[in-house]
Structures are given as structure tokens and as C-alpha cells.
Write a protein that binds this ligand. Structure first.
Ligand code: FE
Ligand code: FE
Ligand code: ZN
Length: 279
């Protein structure tokens, strides 16, 4: 079985997100550690974080998947942007100390013309600066669609970042189904082949989270436009096969589909239905 949930707004605090997700019928969730457009971080009280941790335990939630800001780019050609990214990453990981044992996912970055090799080196350098052996957060590199100069559209790129960064026991991967498909991995006709590739290149033990999205575009389009479950080019049958694949057993699945609350509630219900049918 998998854990299922969606993104929630941190605006009302941590414990409120736990309660909302229980109301939605889910047992994991994602939240942006700061305003998605960047900017200042909201201060969280240890009391609020403690209340959330109790809720997670009591309701048997899976690991949470915090998401770094989209504006964080650890491999921009502009030094100022890179330094900004590094300090966002540091602050975010500091905040994650209040939620030990959970996951922090981010987009590796866009090299903005410097080339893939340089991009990979800069991302790895940033990680090697902030990762500490005593950390209780696992940092996840998200698989990307390979749009523009994005790093992470190929499993090999993520592997290289992990190898270069050191502290590799603190690094995992978040498998975004829309991104992987858009990047050219055919999870509809050859899911097992793609997962074998992921295992060969990165290792399945690093697979810590899934972003569960259908895609508006064809395999290999490099577009990155999410779609509701079953309404895109991946389709319901393939989405169901992914959710029920043994490789993902125990992994938190986060919906990032274009939905309002009632849409998420219904998608969560669908995924739960699949799990019930199977068991
Ligand atoms: Fe993402
Ligand atoms: Fe994603
Ligand atoms: Zn995306």
C-alpha cells in the first residue's frame, strides 16, 4: 500500500494541514516551505510542529514531502541567484528540523546556458555544503521534464549529482510521473522497463516519494503540464498500474493535479478504491 495526499497551504500553520488532510481522506501531504514565488519564510512555532507530529503518528500518516521554492536555482548562471538558492536551502533544512524524519524535495535547477556538466557540479557543491551527517531530513531530487535548461530530465543526471554531493545516505529521489513521462520515459507501455532503468542508474532504495500527476502532453514532449488523473496522455489505467506497483509500496504519493479541494478529495478516494480492490 501507498500513502496518498496532495499539496496544502501552510498559511494556517502545520497542525491545520494535518487536520485538513485527514478530512480529505489522505495520509500524507506536501507543502511549500515558503511562498512558491520565493520571498520570506513564515515562522513556525515548535508547538505547532509538535502538534502536527502527534497528529501524523496518531493517524498513521506516511512521511510528509515538503517542497522547496520554484525560485530556488542552485545552478543559475547568475551568482546572486545561486547564493540566494543556497541560503533558501539552508533555511528550509533548518525549518525541517522541527519535523524530523520527513522529506524535503526540490527541483535540482536550470543551468541557464552554463551547460549540464557545470549545472550538475554547482548543485552537488551546494548540497555538499548543507548536508550534515546528523540531519534527520532526507533531501529529494525531483525527476524533471527536461524543459529548457532544466537538470534532472535524465536519471543519469540525478545519479551524478548524488555521486558528487557526498552524504549520499541523506539524498533520495522524488519520481514525478508527469515529468518522467514528458522527459521521454514510457511509463504507459513499459513501466517495468523504466523502473529497471531507474534501479540500474539510481537504485530503487533512493525512491522516497512520488508526485502523482497525469500529463497534458505526449511522452518526450519536455513540456511539464500536469493533468487530472485519467484525463491526460498517461491515462487512468497506467496511473492505476503505477499506484499498485510493488516497487512503490510504502511510498508517499502526492497529487499535483490541477484541482480544487473537492477534486483532490475525489482523486484520493479513487486511489484508495484501487488499493481496496487489490487487497
Ligand atoms: Fe516539483
Ligand atoms: Fe512535481
Ligand atoms: Zn511539474
Amino acid at each position: 500500500m501507498i500513502y496518498i495526499g496532495c499539496h496544502l497551504s501552510v498559511a494556517d500553520g502545520y497542525e491545520a494541514m494535518g487536520r485538513t488532510m485527514s478530512r480529505f481522506g489522505g495520509d500524507t501531504f506536501a507543502f511549500f516551505t515558503r511562498n512558491p514565488r520565493g520571498g520570506k519564510t513564515k515562522t513556525v512555532s515548535p508547538e505547532d510542529a509538535g502538534a502536527l507530529l502527534r497528529h501524523l503518528q496518531h493517524e498513521r500518516f506516511g512521511p510528509l514531502v515538503a517542497h522547496g521554492s520554484y525560485t530556488m536555482n542552485l545552478c543559475s548562471a547568475r551568482e546572486e541567484t545561486r547564493m540566494n538558492g543556497l541560503s533558501m536551502l539552508e533555511q528550509d533544512l533548518e525549518k525541517m528540523k522541527l519535523l524530523p524524519g520527513n522529506l524535503y524535495n526540490f527541483h535540482p535547477g536550470s543551468h541557464t546556458g552554463q551547460g549540464t556538466e557545470t549545472g550538475i557540479r554547482q548543485i552537488a557543491d551546494a548540497l555538499s555544503r548543507v548536508l550534515k551527517p546528523e540531519m534527520k531530513t532526507t533531501v529529494l531530487l525531483e525527476t524533471m521534464a527536461g524543459k529548457g535548461s532544466e537538470i534532472g530530465g535524465r536519471f543519469e543526471e540525478l545519479r551524478e549529482i548524488i555521486d558528487r554531493a557526498g552524504h549520499s545516505e541523506k539524498i533520495g529521489v522524488c519520481f514525478d510521473t508527469c515529468h518522467v513521462w514528458d522527459a521521454g520515459y514510457d511509463i504507459v507501455n513499459d513501466l517495468d522497463g523504466v523502473l529497471r532503468r531507474l534501479d540500474d542508474v539510481i537504485g530503487l532504495r533512493r525512491l522516497k516519494a512520488v508526485h502523482f500527476n497525469d500529463s497534458k502532453n505526449e511522452c518526450g514532449s519536455h513540456k511539464d503540464r500536469h493533468e487530472k488523473l485519467g484525463q491526460g496522455c498517461i491515462g487512468m489505467e497506467a496511473m492505476k498500474r503505477i499506484a499498485l506497483h510493488p516497487v512503490f509500496d510504502g511510498v508517499p504519493f502526492i497529487l499535483e493535479t490541477p484541482n480544487d479541494d473537492s477534486g483532490y478529495i475525489s482523486e484520493i478516494r479513487t486511489v484508495r478504491e484501487w488499493m481496496r480492490e487489490q487487497s
